[in-house]
Every structure is written in structure tokens, then in C-alpha cells.
Design a protein around this ligand. Structure first.
Ligand code: ADP
Ligand code: ASP
Ligand code: MG
Length: 809
């Protein structure tokens, strides 16, 4: 004999019930069926009870709603008006609600009676439909067989009496025997319920007592998943778990199976399968005694959304064991289920996690229990901390493994999720943490990505700046998207996109093929709004990318880093601000687990800063730096040969997009100065912009211009100066380069004539080059050379920073 339980969604519609009939029809075994109320009905009944108790007259229209819904279902399935039995259930339901409304009081006893309506109606409809379909079915009233105490709302089963009655009735079983789930009764015929979600338990009791060969729980998902699929899109299906693992998972909120329901099956060693009513071919999840020792460390991640923490603390508790005894006794007498316990080793406090709906009652019970000690200031008044959730990692293989909690807290910390309490079950099959409810979704996803290796990691980008470089970056993302997903398990999405005028956000990612038109139709940009939306999205692996040259945007970094969101930027302003600000940004990112990456500040996409950082981190020391850091200046002196005017070469460089929008920034050397400041700082030395000695190659007159045009005019007038520079070098077979240096603790920038033996001599086009002289690279410097400017290479440098962040955990 098999026991099959169909949940609320499995009997939630006409089509679903027809599907159940097909499943039942195709079975050759004798069956015991347990079904829930039609999906959502129990919630409505709870609501109706509350309305009536609060004296709201409209409770009656909700009753009408429930009635019509079931009449419709009856009619659609059975093609007839509901019978007398049906209306008898409805009338009883109406009467009891009326009583509640008149008395303005909903006792636990009447509540259970009201709630029983759902299962009684659903099983009546199903049994009549089955009979019409030619199924040999008998409907039993579970209240005659499952006997409990009178703890309404969560009654305890009297197994002795229940076994006696069920064994007796099983002698006359038909092929298909249908029992309403969730409901039971006391020995003196008061209707009770087994707790929300209790149909699973009803079915397990039947399976256990009747020694079923197998127990199947039919629901609307293919089985137990590695996390709640509504919150973690990439959750995947688990083929097999042990009873203990299933118990831990369900205890912490994997509501596919109701925790106590495993117990009766476990005691008899009956295997359980979780199956999908809407996909019956799928094998489902098998639950048995054994666990797979060779599988993943973590079997699943579950969570409970609404948790409150209640803490008993005070100085006089130290070493007095009775306090904790009284604490737990008071909670137990108030029927409060303790979900998690932590006690600090100093014994100054005990904290428990409980369901938020119990928090008022818990606080009341505890304040009463410790009234005297609170008055004497020995114990602090007890309060509940609300809006919390529990997240739990479950897996039997965690037992002998160190480092799991370390990884858990590291991953959560990096994503700005702070942990209020931690508990590890003594079974070592779970580690749970209490976190803010607002962080739950993020925490679940980030842990899931971290512990299930085959899972694609989602990276969420927030970008400001859609100029040449911004555009090129998005273009590269479009081109790389599929490759990154397939080969690196990275799913990179742009969630927020803005420029100086407009911005747009989409939590599932902005469709990249249409980003321009989407942004065109976006809302007005403001940096406050941009940040607020980014914080509110509260997504894991968030990266803020500044692709502007704006001082305002650079000013946002400290607050962003503080929210544990990493910053990537080609904008040099922040890294070249005052040394104190630079150190502050570095410290901020260390403290909040976020990173501040600006590889493209120096030599665009060339891996200059990452190489430097690797050298420094691995203990090398930088003594000397020599570099050509401006693509524009290399281009100018490579192109200029005394024939075309120097000013025209500048104009050409601008036209080709090599220069900054204002070419004076390049020509004056301030851009190069900034870059050498960054190299010096990243080498680990204190340096400010003013510390760099600049020997300009421009004549005095060109340094004082009030516009770009004015500058051009002045450069043109000084053509002879530039020609002289060129010819003097050319005569000696040398070439001109603007060289940035760090030597003997001193930084400088100036024009030099280098001969053909020098590594700078052959620098082509707009290439950059950096030489690092270090302890390890003494005679022969470490050389990094290549294209150092241009939108494409800069964008690819930003991309490299993003990937660097994405691939570290
Ligand atoms: P039923 O009405 O069949 O009793 P429930 O709604 O009680 O169904 O439980 C099934 C739901 O549990 C699924 O639809 C799924 O959204 C949710 N769920 C939560 N955690 C998990 C998990 N770890 N694995 C599978 N489903 C889960
Ligand atoms: N109908 C009840 C509930 O919603 C029992 C169940 O579905 O398991 O809680
Ligand atoms: Mg359920």
C-alpha cells in the first residue's frame, strides 16, 4: 500500500484535480490519499476568522467568496449542483463565524473548526469527482481516526488511540481511500488541526501507522531544491537526501515538507518521495535513512523570513544556572517554539530566535517570569528585535569539515550582510545565522552561488557614464555575455545605467541590445536617486562603475564602498585627490569588504596597476619607475617632424580622440602627473600631486591661455620653439619623449631626448611603457608596454577589473 499526499496547489484548480485523478488512475497499488484544502483557501479562512473576531461585517462577503469558489469547482468537475453534504459544511461554517462575530472573540477551538472547512470541502469534491471517473474511492473523515489532545491550532497526536482506530478501519479499505489532511479531533469529538502545512503530517501518520510501502508527497515543484526556488532562481533539484537533512532543511523553511511529517516515516524506515503533480514523469527527490557522503558539502540552504530575537541579559546571571532554566520554562509554558539558541561564552546573555508572531507573547511571558529581577536591575527588561530572518546551511557532510562557517561569514560580509547571531546545531548538520530581513534575498543568493560550484554567479553592475568609453564597455559586455556565461559561469547584468541627464533601473537587468533607447526614455538623473535605487535593490555582487570624468561622481565613492559595493573606474579624480582621501578610500574598502579598482587610470587597459599590486603584495619593493604615460604626447612627438605645424598635429590628435576633451590637460602634463602620482602611491609611498616636479616643454606664453582656441593660437606663434626642440634631438639621432619618473624618493615629469639604445626610443603610435626597478627586477626592469589610450582598450581595462571582482570570493 502507498500513501499519497496532494498539497493545496495540487488540488488548486479543476485542471489540477483532473491531473490528480490521472495519477491515481495509473497506480496499480492500493492507495491512501491525503489532500489539502484548495490552494489559498486556508489563508482565506484565517482571514475570515480575524475579520469576524474584530467585528467587521464584511466577513460574510468573504464567506460568500469561499462558497462560490467551491461551487464553481464542484460544478466544473461533477457537472451538477453541489449536494446536501456540501451545503451542510458551508452552513456550519457560516454559523460558527457568526458566533465569533457576535462574541467578537475567536477562541483557538472555534478557529480550528473554521479552518477545518477547507479540507472538508476539498475532499468532498474530489471524492465525488473520482467516483464519477470510475475510481473505487471511499471518503473518510480524519476526525474519526486521528485523535489528538486539545491543544488547538497545533494538536499533539495520541498515537495509541489513532493506531487502534486506523488499523481497524484499514481492514475494510477500498482501492482508493481518501482522508482530509490537517484536521483531527480530540477524544470527545472537538475538531483540532495539526498546524499550518499539517497535511504532510496527516499523511505521514497514516503511512507510519499503516506500515505503508512508500510515502509520496505530491506538490508543485520537482522535489526538494537547494534553496527556495521563489527566492533563488538558480536553485536546483536534489535527487536524494537523508531524513536528517530533509528535517533540517524543512525545519529552516523548505516548506515543501512539513518538519514533523518526516518523523513517523523515519521511525518505520519508510522511504519518502517528493513529486511534482504537474510533471509526474520526473523522478522527484528520494528521502531515506542514508546520506551521500561523496556529494557536496552543503545539501541545501533554507531560511525563515520572519524571525525575532529575544535576549535575556544582565550582570547577575553569571554562573546562576536557574536563569536559563526559568527562561526556557517560561517560553515553553507560553507554547513558544524556539527556533535557534545562542549563548555567549561569558554567560552574560542568552538569545533565542522565535517566530515573529510569537514575539509579543514571549516578551510578556519573560517579563512576568523575571519581574522581580528586572525591578532590582539584575536583569535588563526584555525586548524583542524584529524584522530579522534566519538563513541556514544544511548538509551532513559538513560534520568533519572545517572552514564552512568561515566561508559563509566571509561571503556575507563581502556583500554587506551583517550577522546578528550564529548557531550551529549540535548535529553539525546545519549552521544558521540571523540577519536583517531586507538582506535575506541577497544572502540566500550569494551563499547559493558560493557553495554550489556549478551555479552561475550573477554580477550586478551600476554604471554612470555612457560616452565613448561607456559605450565601448557595454558593447564589449554584449559581445562577451554568452562566452562568460558558458565558460566562466558569470551572468553579468547592468541593473542601473545613467549619464549626466538620464538614468534607468531594472532589477532583472537592462536588455543590452536596446540600452540606448531604454535610457532615452529613462527618468531624470540625480546622483542621490541613483545611489538610493542602487542601495534599495540590495543585490549581491554589486559593482559601481564610474565612466565619467566628473568630480561629483568621484565624490560618491566613500559612501558606496561603505555599503560594501565595489567601485571600478577610469576616472582619475579620486585616486589623485589628497593623500589622506586616497588612504581613506583604501581603508574604507578594507573595512567593508568592498574593492576600489582603477586599473584604467594608468595606461588604459594595460595591466600596470594589477602587476604593481601583485609585486607589492608578494613582498617586492619598488625602487625606481620610468614611464611614458601619455598616449597623446607619444603620438605628438612621433608625428611631429618639423614640417607639419605642431599645432596641426595637436588638432589631429584631438580629432582622432586621443586627447582629453581639453587637450591642454595632456599638453600641460597634468594628466601625466596624475598618473605618476598613482604609480607612486600604489608602490606604497606617500605622494601628492604637488610633490611632482614638472618641467614643461611648452614655452611660458602657451601656459597662459584662456581657451582651447587661444592655446592653439599661442602654440602656432611658438612654432619655432617646437622646431628647435625637434631638430636638436634629431641631429643627435635621438627622439623626444615626455618621461615620468620616480627616483630617489622623488617624482618628476619632463621632456627627454632618448637614443636608440633606450627602451623608449621605439615607442610607436600612441603606445605607453612603464619600467619598474625592484628588488627582484634590479638590472633588467619589469617592462609593460602597449596601447595606452583609446576607448576600446580603456573599456577592456574596466572589463578586466570587473572580472577580477567577479572571480574572487
Ligand atoms: P503544497 O501546497 O503542495 O503543500 P507548499 O506551497 O506547502 O505546497 O510547498 C511547496 C513550495 O515550497 C514550493 O512551491 C516552493 O516554492 C517552496 N519551497 C521552499 N523551499 C523549498 C525548497 N528548498 N525546495 C523546494 N521547494 C521549496
Ligand atoms: N491547508 C492547510 C494549510 O494551508 C494544511 C496544508 O495545506 O498542509 O496550512
Ligand atoms: Mg505544504
Amino acid at each position: 500500500m502507498k500513501v499519497l499526499k496532494f498539497g493545496g496547489t495540487s488540488v488548486g484548480s479543476e485542471e489540477a484535480i483532473r491531473q490528480v485523478a490521472r495519477i491515481v488512475h495509473s497506480s496499480i497499488d492500493q492507495l491512501v490519499l491525503v489532500t489539502s484544502a484548495v490552494g489559498g483557501v486556508t489563508d482565506q479562512l484565517v482571514h475570515i476568522g480575524e475579520l469576524a473576531a474584530s467585528g467587521r461585517k464584511d466577513y460574510a462577503s468573504f464567506i460568500e467568496g469561499v462558497k462560490v469558489q467551491h461551487e464553481q469547482l464542484y460544478y466544473n468537475l461533477i457537472e451538477n449542483k453541489p449536494d446536501e453534504q456540501f451545503y451542510k459544511i458551508i452552513e456550519e461554517f457560516e454559523d460558527i463565524c457568526k458566533g465569533v462575530w457576535l462574541l467578537r472573540e475567536l477562541t483557538p477551538r472555534s478557529a480550528d473548526y473554521i479552518y477545518s472547512t477547507g479540507e472538508r470541502l476539498s475532499t468532498l469534491i474530489i471524492s465525488e469527482f473520482f467516483r464519477n471517473e470510475g475510481i473505487d474511492v471511499t471518503l473518510y473523515d480524519s476526525r474519526d481516526y486521528i485523535i489528538t489532545d486539545d491543544h488547538f491550532g497545533h494538536a499533539h497526536v495520541d498515537f495509541k488511540e489513532t493506531t487502534k482506530r486506523l488499523k481497524e478501519v484499514s481492514k475494510t479499505f477500498s482501492k482508493v481511500n481518501l482522508f482530509p489532511g490537517f484536521i483531527a479531533s480530540t477524544a470527545d469529538n472537538q475538531t483540532t488541526t495539526l498546524g499550518r502545512g499539517g497535511s504532510d503530517y496527516s499523511a505521514a501518520i497514516l503511512a507510519g501507522v499503516l506500515d505503508a510501502d512508500h510515502f509520496e508527497v505530491w506538490t508543485d515543484v520537482d522535489g526538494l531544491m537547494t534553496a527556495d526556488p521563489r527566492m533563488v532562481k538558480r536553485a536546483h533539484f536534489i535527487e536524494h537526501v537523508s531524513y536528517e537533512e530533509a528535517l533540517e532543511l524543512s525545519h529552516f523553511g523548505a516548506k515543501v515538507i512539513y518538519p514533523p511529517s518526516i518523523q513517523p516515516a523515519l521511525e518505520k524506515g519508510i522511504s519518502i518521495t517528493i513529486k511534482n503533480t504537474f510533471n509526474p514523469e520526473h523522478p522527484g527527490t528520494l528521502i531515506t535513512k542514508e546520506w551521500d557522503q561523496d556529494k557536496e558539502l552543503i545539501r541545501g540552504i533554507s531560511s525563515i523570513k520572519d524571525i525575532s530575537l529575544v535576549t535575556l541579559s544582565g550582570n547577575s546571571m553569571v554562573g546562576v544556572p536557574k536563569f536559563s532554566y526559568r527562561f526556557f520554562r517560561a517560553l515553553s509554558e507560553a507554547h513558544i517554539n524556539v527556533i535557534l539558541i545562542t549563548q555567549s561564552s561569558s554567560e552574560h546573555s542568552i538569545t533565542v530566535g522565535i517566530d515573529t508572531k510569537d514575539s509579543k507573547a514571549a516578551v510578556k511571558a519573560l517579563n512576568a517570569e523575571f519581574e522581580e529581577q528586572i525591578e532590582n536591575h539584575k536583569i535588563d527588561p526584555i525586548q524583542a528585535e524584529n524584522n530579522l530572518s534566519i538563513i541556514a546551511l544544511v548538509g551532513s557532510n559538513m560534520k568533519n569539515q572545517v572552514g564552512v562557517s568561515g566561508q559563509m561569514f566571509n561571503v556575507l560580509g563581502k556583500n554587506g550582510v551583517s550577522i546578528k547571531a550564529i548557531a550551529q546545531g549540535s548535529s553539525e548538520r546545519n549552521i544558521s545565522a540571523v540577519i536583517a530581513k531586507d538582506d535575506l534575498n541577497k544572502a540566500l543568493n550569494v551563499l547559493h552561488e558560493s557553495f554550489f560550484l556549478s551555479v552561475t554567479k550573477r554580477i550586478n553592475l551600476f554604471i554612470i557614464g555612457t560616452g565613448n568609453v561607456g559605450k565601448a564597455f557595454i558593447q564589449q559586455l554584449v559581445q562577451q555575455f554568452t562566452y562568460l556565461k558558458k565558460h566562466h559561469q558569470l551572468n553579468i547584468k547592468i541593473i542601473g545605467l545613467g549619464n549626466s541627464r538620464l538614468m534607468h533601473f531594472e532589477n532583472d537587468g537592462i536588455p543590452l541590445s536596446k540600452w540606448e533607447s531604454i535610457l532615452q526614455a529613462g527618468e531624470k538623473y540625480s546622483s542621490e536617486q541613483f545611489l538610493e535605487k542602487m542601495y534599495n535593490a540590495n543585490l549581491r555582487n554589486s559593482i559601481f562603475i564610474d565612466i565619467t570624468a566628473s568630480e561629483d561622481v568621484a565624490g560618491l565613492y566613500p559612501q558606496i564602498l561603505k555599503k560594501s559595493i565595489s567601485v571600478v573606474t577610469p576616472n582619475k579624480i579620486a585616486a589623485t585627490g589628497s593623500y589622506a582621501d586616497y588612504l581613506n578610500l583604501k581603508g574604507m574598502s578594507r573595512r567593508y569588504g568592498s574593492r576600489f579598482l582603477f586599473e584604467t587610470n594608468v595606461c588604459a587597459g594595460l595591466p600596470v596597476l594589477s602587476t604593481l599590486s601583485d609585486l607589492v603584495r608578494s613582498g617586492d619593493q619598488i625602487h625606481q619607475i620610468e614611464a611614458v604615460l601619455s598616449g597623446t604626447l607619444v603620438f605628438l612627438f612621433n608625428e611631429y617632424n618639423g614640417k607639419t605645424k605642431f599645432v596641426d598635429v595637436i588638432k589631429k590628435a584631438k580629432q582622432l580622440g586621443y586627447t582629453e576633451p581639453d587637450p591642454r590637460l595632456d599638453l600641460f602634463g597634468s594628466d601625466v602627473k596624475r598618473k605618476i602620482v598613482i604609480l607612486i602611491r600604489e608602490s606604497g609611498y606617500k605622494c601628492d600631486y604637488e610633490d611632482i616636479q614638472l618641467n614643461s616643454f611648452l614655452p611660458e606664453s602657451c601656459l597662459e591661455s584662456n581657451s582651447v582656441e587661444d592655446f592653439y593660437t599661442k602654440v602656432e606663434k611658438e612654432e619655432a620653439h617646437f622646431k628647435n626642440l625637434y631638430e636638436a634631438a634629431n641631429k643627435e639621432g635621438k627622439r623626444l619623449k615626455v618621461v615620468a619618473k620616480y627616483k630617489n624618493g622623488h617624482g618628476s615629469v619632463g621632456l627627454e631626448a632618448v637614443d636608440s639604445a633606450h627602451p623608449f626610443y621605439n615607442l610607436e603610435g600612441k603606445d605607453n611603457i612603464v619600467l619598474f626597478y625592484t628588488n627582484r627586477y634590479k638590472e633588467q626592469p619589469m617592462v609593460i608596454k602597449g596601447a595606452g589610450a583609446g576607448a576600446e582598450v580603456t573599456a577592456s581595462g574596466i572589463f578586466a577589473d570587473v572580472l577580477r571582482l567577479a572571480q574572487t570570493d
